[in-house]
Design a protein. Structure first.
Length: 264
């Protein structure tokens, strides 16, 4: 017996036709699913780029009147987030809410103050304060009284809390700007379902000291990893296709080497 024959005795024969058909079906399903995921990410990338372009237009546009009660049910993130709006009303400073925040100026709080408008109260994020300026008594220099015009960016409510940190209305601890929860805690019936990030009106005085709160710190950022995800899904699809071709070649060679064995 030759060495080649002895080597052949230890090698498996071709797989059965039924098993190969089942493997081919599974591979085809996985391949199609991975292609679909990759294509979905391409579509999501196009949608994200369109959204960013629209938001850029909104941010730099002239302010328009903020949506009134008749429009509140239709307010949504896609069509309204970061729209530059204008409000007129009177601040209810005794009902302000501090929401923990980390900004370019450090850690501290957002100051959310209801603005009583003719259409009802609207929560206005007047800006950021550091811990030493958290108490209203330290901020009289920047405390609008009476009828006030506010311009800023419309923002969508942030329900629940922050990452791993839940809002605790009973303890008056807030980690996100949850409009409904804050309105309920402050007794603001009929409040608008959104809040507004006010433009920066704080200016340093002659000594260089800033008058808190400091507005205009809205961060506009949209994560865009869709191209990476798409390439990943397409690469996995290519690997599945390559594996299927490899298996087909191996099986074809086995059948050619052992034509009399038949499929196992």
């Amino acid at each position: 017996m030759t060495a080649r024959a002895r080597h052949g005795e230890g090698r498996r024969g071709p797989r059965s036709t039924a098993l190969l058909a089942a493997l081919a079906a599974v591979a085809a399903l996985v391949f199609v699913a991975l292609l679909a995921l990759g294509t979905w990410q391409v579509q999501r990338r196009a949608w994200k780029h369109d959204l960013v372009a629209r938001v850029e237009q909104r941010v730099h546009a002239a302010p328009v009147d903020a949506p009134g009660p008749a429009q509140w049910p239709a307010v949504n993130a896609t069509d309204d987030a970061y729209r530059r709006v204008r409000l007129t009303g009177t601040y209810l400073h005794d009902r302000e809410t501090r929401v923990q925040a980390v900004t370019a100026l450090g850690g501290g709080f957002w100051i959310l103050t209801p603005l009583q408008t003719d259409d009802g109260p609207v929560l206005v994020n007047r800006g950021f304060v550091p811990p030493e300026a958290r108490e209203p008594a330290t901020r009289h220099a920047n405390r609008p009284e009476g009828r006030t015009v506010v311009t800023g960016l419309l923002r969508i409510t942030e329900p629940g809390g922050g990452f791993l940190r839940r809002n605790d209305p009973a303890a008056d601890r807030w980690h996100s700007r949850d409009v409904q929860a804050i309105a309920a805690a402050r007794g603001l019936a009929g409040a608008a379902p959104y809040f507004v990030d006010a433009d920066d009106l704080s200016r340093p005085d002659a000594t260089g000291a800033r008058h808190w709160p400091a507005g205009g710190l809205t961060v506009i950022a949209f994560p865009d990893n869709h191209l990476v995800y798409a390439l990943t899904w397409y690469a996995l699809a290519a690997m599945v296709a390559a594996a299927a071709v490899y298996v087909a070649r191996v099986e074809r060679r086995l059948r050619a080497e052992r034509p009399d064995a038949g499929p196992n």
